[in-house]
Ligand binder design. Structure first.
Ligand code: NAD
Ligand code: UFG
Length: 345
């Protein structure tokens, strides 16, 4: 199926992998990104992997005139919206920035889509919309309730989409609720490149393994989990990216009906503890990965993992890669690119 897919935030960690998989499936991806949290080298490398030119148009999703130019220049069939800010702590310190970029940016993008009659949306949501779940695994009908401004932006955008599709059945929308994306493309050419000290477990361990940091701080070992450390559903970014291809195909084929906004979990369904992740990293790297148990991190939940049956049913998608593959591929990227993409150039 040949269609043009606008990938907003497509120069970032997840977006760059989405673009590779779209191109491999025969789509024409067009990237827009303001480079707030990414390096243009990512799309240059994606072009190399894809074997054909992928346009990177530098601009902001809050800029309506820029978006109008993009929609006039390309026959956009589907939009995948990954652009936004994602640091929970920063969202607590700078809520207005997060509501502006994430909510304002999403509304601006939906308005541009509406103006140009491009009404198929795949939105990057997050398991954070479930807050502290009453039990696990989590299905899509669980109560939502975010615990920080970042999470609230995701919930608000989902609600905007629900209202939008209800107002006009020509709209079709899927919100993909990601659990914990990790890993990298097996070429080791693209991967996650955090700017500062990483907040998340995998990029932090990767920097310990490569010698950039001395040891991992394990945030609490007194949770009600089998070994006391936090349990999450890590998912390989290539699996995640392929789910975006399936979602794009589902929208184009009309298997997700207009007039309905469909939230879909993307996880493996396996809960992995922090200590299990450390052991998997030791296997993948043959390095010691020193760690120290410290206090819990405020706001963390004990366990969060998905029931992903809806993705299997609606998108015919399942995660293929296991934890060892996630560590192996994350490590290959980190060890071959110890400074990430380097300085933007
Ligand atoms: P990322 O920061 O690597 O990618 C986001 C991209 O959006 C960046 O390239 C950034 O430059 C761009 N961007 C930011 N603001 C923009 C704006 N106003 N206009 C245009 N471009 C803008 O992050 P990621 O990990 O690839 O995440 C992608 C999406 O997935 C985000 O919406 C994030 O909230 C969501 N998500 C991520 C995770 C995760 O753990 N990585 C989990 C759940 C959901
Ligand atoms: N952890 C550590 N040490 C670290 C980093 C993390 O012990 O240095 C632990 C955490 O306490 C947690 C687990 O490793 O138990 C995973 O932590 P991450 O920060 O990698 O992931 P979270 O599940 O906490 O956060 C992710 C996204 C958020 C999103 C949240 C809820 O990064 O953006 O999921 O969906 F809000």
């Amino acid at each position: 199926m040949t269609a043009t897919v606008l990938v907003a935030g497509g120069n970032g960690y997840i977006g760059s992998h989405v673009v590779v998989e779209l191109a491999a499936a025969g789509f024409y991806p067009v990237v827009i990104d303001n480079l707030a949290n990414s390096n243009p080298e990512a799309t240059r490398r994606v072009t190399g992997i894809a074997g054909r030119d992928v346009p990177l148009l530098v601009g902001d999703v809050r800029d309506g005139a820029f978006l109008d130019e993009v929609f006039r220049a390309y026959p956009i069939d589907v939009v995948i919206h990954l652009a936004g800010l994602k640091a929970v702590g920063e969202s607590v310190a700078k809520p207005l920035l997060y509501y502006d970029v994430n909510v304002g940016g999403a509304v601006g993008l939906f308005q541009a889509m509406d103006r140009h009659g491009a009404k198929r949306m795949v939105f990057s949501s997050s398991a954070t919309v479930y807050g502290d779940p009453v039990t696990v695994p989590i299905t899509e009908d669980f109560a939502t309730g975010a615990t920080n401004p970042y999470g609230r932006t995701k919930l608000m955008i989902e609600e905007v989409l629900s209202d939008l599709v209800a107002s006009d059945p020509a709209w079709q929308a899927i919100s993909l609720r990601y659990f914990n994306p990790v890993g990298a493309h097996d070429s080791a050419l693209i991967g996650e490149d955090p700017n500062d000290i990483p907040n998340n477990l995998f990029p932090f361990i990767a920097q310990v393994a490569v010698g950039r940091r001395e040891k991992l701080s394990v945030f609490g070992n007194d949770y009600a989990t089998p070994d006391g450390t936090g349990v999450r559903d890590y998912i390989h970014v290539v699996d995640l990216a392929r789910a975006h291809v399936r979602a794009t195909q589902a929208l184009l084929q009309g298997t997700i009906a207009g007039g309905a906004h469909m939230p879909i979990n993307l996880g493996t369904g396996n809960g992995v503890s922090v200590l299990e992740a450390v052991h998997a990293w030791r296997r993948a790297t043959n390095r010691p990965i020193p760690y120290e148990v410290v206090a819990r991190r405020p706001g963390d939940v004990a366990a969060c993992y998905a029931n992903s049956e809806l993705a299997e049913k609606l998108l015919d998608w399942r995660a293929d890669f296991d934890l060892d593959a996630m560590c192996r591929d994350h490590w290959r990227w980190q060890s071959r690119n110890p400074q990430g993409y380097g300085e933007p150039g």
